[in-house]
Design a protein around this ligand. Structure first.
Ligand code: NAP
Length: 419
């Protein structure tokens, strides 16, 4: 990691003001979790790229003081805990953080660290922008038509962790209640999971997606649900989504049916539509350009965001963030790819672009823009790591070399503008 920006600067934490507005100092402390497996490689590359983008955009007036937050295997070795209390306290202090991937140890009773972080900080929206970079090999004919942002509900649905093994006492009790009180008969070999979907959580997720669409001048928000089968959970999500649009954004949104009757009357409105999940998986391939912002429940969003990422070149590229009303943790969306750990060959684009999302979250748009342009340029020139080089049959760059290529393009762009 670059050593230039260290703790000799005054400690300056982001604070939370009225209406959850963030007060951002010019040199905020930002938390980072290196991650397991390929985490240290991609995270250190991301930090040097973000530092360079800030230096180029603001000539030293703005910078980040990176605060390492212990989590994952490294923390476990040192403290016996994968996510020590001090780490949670530090993340609380920095408000904004970025993380590499963390291993979820396989074993009974182990809760994923990612899920723990999301629940602890109530990071209810998993936000995944998916856009094509020309030059990246893609499995579809027109990847350039893809420009979507998925807002996936992050705190409930089947991920709430309410489930019991088929032979547990709890599962037995529930089966008995279901039989006696609801005349629902389940066989003795049936495990049980519960899918809670609430109005409050659905509404705040859809609200966030609509606010994003308005702020970023997008065209539509599509509510993706499986309400034809699960009426009171998935179907309710859809109904509550339409409700929040009409009650809170009446003059800014329009339902698709009204829009289609008279498109000219609603030129500047965000069109709210809904699609059933299975159809949506087809639509994103056959009518890619018709979709823009997507708001969906947890399980749908999990599947859909990876499928969309695959259309533009895979998980190594797509960025992501978990965002609540104040706290936000930006992250590489892929896992720890343990077979590449410590080899400096993983693709760091996902976490680098997550770093760029983080800069946008704190309104440092100029640095984000410079960074994204340089990544675009690298891909256009087919400067790529091994995951893509092997498809293109060209020589791969190492993870750190890819970071240096991005930095050199950012510097080149600055020199160009100066002349
Ligand atoms: P994975 O780590 O994402 O890796 C699966 C495969 O994807 C890799 O073998 C590699 O493919 C490719 N890949 C992923 N990221 C890459 C990158 N940055 N650069 C190049 N190639 C990349 O998925 P997994 O093997 O299922 O999971 C491993 C561990 O990660 C598990 O413990 C899981 O729980 C954890 N995980 C964490 C997160 C998170 O922290 N957000 C998310 C998902 C999984 P090839 O083999 O084809 O080269």
């Amino acid at each position: 990691m670059e050593k230039s920006i260290t703790k000799e600067r005054t400690m300056a934490y982001i604070s939370i003001g009225e209406n959850n507005r963030l007060n951002i100092p010019d040199n905020p402390n930002i938390g980072y979790i290196e991650g397991d497996g390929i985490g240290p490689d991609i995270t250190s590359t991301m930090i040097s790229v973000v530092n360079a983008a800030l230096e180029i955009a603001y000539s030293g007036k703005r910078s980040i003081i990176w605060e390492k937050v212990a989590a994952g295997e490294d923390a476990f070795e040192k403290t016996g805990k994968h996510l020590p209390q001090e780490s949670l306290e530090l993340l609380q202090k920095t408000v904004i953080a970025i993380k590499g991937p963390l291993t979820t140890p396989i074993g009974q009773g182990f809760r994923s660290l990612n899920v723990t972080l999301r629940q602890h900080f109530d990071l209810y929206a998993n936000v995944r922008p998916v856009k094509y970079f020309p030059g990246v090999p893609s499995p579809v004919t027109h990847p350039e038509k893809m420009n979507m942002v998925v807002f996936r509900e992050n705190t409930e649905d089947l991920y709430a962790g309410i489930e019991w093994k088929y032979n547990s006492e709890e599962a037995k009790k529930l089966r008995t209640i279901l039989t006696k009180e609801f005349n629902v008969n389940l066989t003795e070999d049936t495990g049980i999971g519960i899918k809670p979907i609430s109005k409050f959580r659905s509404t705040r997720l859809v609200r966030k997606a609509i606010e994003y669409a308005i702020k970023n001048k997008r065209r539509s928000v599509t509510l993706v649900h499986k309400g034809n089968i699960m009426k009171y959970t998935e179907g309710a999500f859809k109904e509550w989504g339409y409700e929040v649009a009409s009650e809170e954004f009446e003059d800014k949104t329009v339902r698709e049916d009204a829009y289609l009757e008279s498109p000219g009357s609603y030129q500047d409105r965000i069109v709210i539509k809904d699609r059933i999940t299975d159809n949506m998986f087809q639509q994103v391939l056959t009518r890619t350009e018709d979709y823009d912002i997507i708001a969906t429940t947890n399980l749908n969003g999990d599947y859909l965001s990876d499928a969309l990422a695959a259309q533009v070149g895979g998980l190594g590229i797509a960025p992501g963030a978990n965002i609540g009303d104040t706290y936000a943790i930006f992250e590489a969306v892929h896992g720890t790819a343990p077979k590449y750990a410590g080899m400096d060959i993983a693709n760091p684009t996902s976490i680098i672009l997550s770093g760029s999302m983080m800069l946008r979250q704190i309104n440092w748009f100029e640095a984000a823009q410079i960074l994204e342009e340089a990544v675009t340029q690298c891909y256009a020139e087919q400067k790529v790591t091994q995951d893509l080089a092997r498809i293109l049959n060209i020589k791969p760059l190492k993870c750190s070399e890819f970071g240096k290529e991005i930095i050199s393009r950012m510097r080149g762009r600055k020199d160009q503008l100066a002349n």
